[in-house]
Write a protein that binds this ligand. Structure first.
Ligand SMILES: [Zn+2]
Length: 151
């Protein structure tokens, strides 16, 4: 909630709990090609975090449950990145630190910029590729015409 409130107050537009994307990200910012996961330290097994306590009863059950959550998180991040999304994961304990949200917004901005420049490079490559094909076709046609041959 704190993440959403902050982003909204700073003019970011987003969707929440997008089920169509791997891992159902908590926040999706299409304009910045960024998704955000806000992970509870206990459920998602935050390493070396004092909030990721290990229950004494049913220890095996909890351990395997949390291990599965960690594995699922890793797979979701991999899949999202393969689909071109930038993934930001925030731990619940980090939200106590007041610099976390501003630096999150900085990251979102950076992601937006890097996505745009990547798109620009892709467009440029596509344009170069099309120009190359066109030139090859023209050379072929010119050579055939020079020999008086029909294509
Ligand atoms: Zn934590």
């Amino acid at each position: 909630m704190a993440v959403r409130r902050f982003l909204h107050a700073h003019g970011y537009r987003y969707r929440i709990h997008v089920k169509e994307l791997p891992g159902c990200p908590d926040v999706v910012l299409p304009k910045y090609h960024t998704v955000i996961f806000v992970n509870g330290c206990f459920w998602h097994g935050h390493r070396n975090c004092r909030f990721a306590t290990k229950p004494k009863s049913n220890a095996d059950f909890w351990q395997s449950k949390i291990r599965n959550n960690i594995r699922r998180d890793e797979l979701s991040v991999q899949a999202l990145e393969a689909m071109g999304w930038r993934v930001i994961s925030v731990w619940e304990c980090e939200l106590k630190n007041e610099s976390t949200l501003p630096s999150l917004a900085d990251q979102v901005q950076d992601n937006g910029r890097s996505y745009e420049s990547e798109q620009a490079r892709r467009k440029q490559r596509n344009a170069e590729h099309r120009a190359m094909l066109k030139a090859a076709q023209e050379r072929y046609e010119a050579a055939m015409a020079e020999l008086g041959l029909k294509i």
